[in-house]
Write a protein that binds this ligand. Sequence first.
Ligand code: SF4
Length: 311
Amino acid sequence: MKKLPFFIPMQSCPNRCIYCNQWAITGQSNGLTAEKVLAKIEKTDQPVEICFFGGSFTCLPQKIRTSLLEAAARAPKGSRIRMSTHPLCITEEIIDELKQYNVGAVELGVSSLDDEVLAFCKRGYTSEIALEKLKALLSAGFVVGAQLMTGLPYQQTESTINDLKKLSKIKGPSSMQIRLYPCLVFPGTELFSLWEKGSYTPLTEELCIKQTAQVLFHAENMGFEILRIGLHETDSLRGTVKAGPAHPALGELVRSEALIEKLIKTNPKGPWIVSTRHRSLLSGHSRRGITVLANKTGLTESELFKRIIWW
Ligand code: SF4
């Protein structure tokens, strides 16, 4: 289903997280209005998924929330509503309201479930609270998503894998969607000052690819659905990011690394059966995947090609 995304950058956030500057990421600073939503909806005659991203939708004042939801409800029959929001703005009343407007999917910006990381990043809640809110959304029957980050201050790969274990425990056999975002340094943030002083070092591109690939590997094994890896590339993001792994094809590189991990774990020296759908994960980006696989296995590239069976 076609997506109709609307961004609400940092409107009504309960607090300012140390790494966040969504105005820089999206290049948008004006508030979203019902008129803007309607103007886009009126141009479509097919069902769409209306997505309210950024900021904290359910923290918006009731009047604004209702006007946006009412505008979204005028989309063609069969359309759906998805939103991202802040764990602190999920209450029983909010859940009832979202159900009343047929909201289908709710993603929580969780960032991390490591209390030390959460406190340092000034997220304003503990892991226990975030998990409680996710549980409430799952029991209410929404499609639930968790947005996690990598490379935050005091965050290690193990800590993110532990986050997945905690999420896996609460989701049980139900499905849960995940987005993985690397921490980037934007101007006008507390993290920027820390980085300038040398008190914070972002992940390098290579390290980010390796760490996120491990997280992805575990997430897929635990049955999570991965919706996205890395932020959407925009002119604004490209022009403002000061440091960190902002590669435009980060998701593809991470998936390539995770595939290599899987191949080596299944059969350290091959042969490997690889779906042709995944060909670009090995041969794209100047054959980075093949080079990494050759380095890790000690095989030459021509030997590798003999041991890959495409199907
Ligand atoms: S990360 Fe989310 S909650 Fe924190 S300031 Fe940014 S938009 Fe607001």
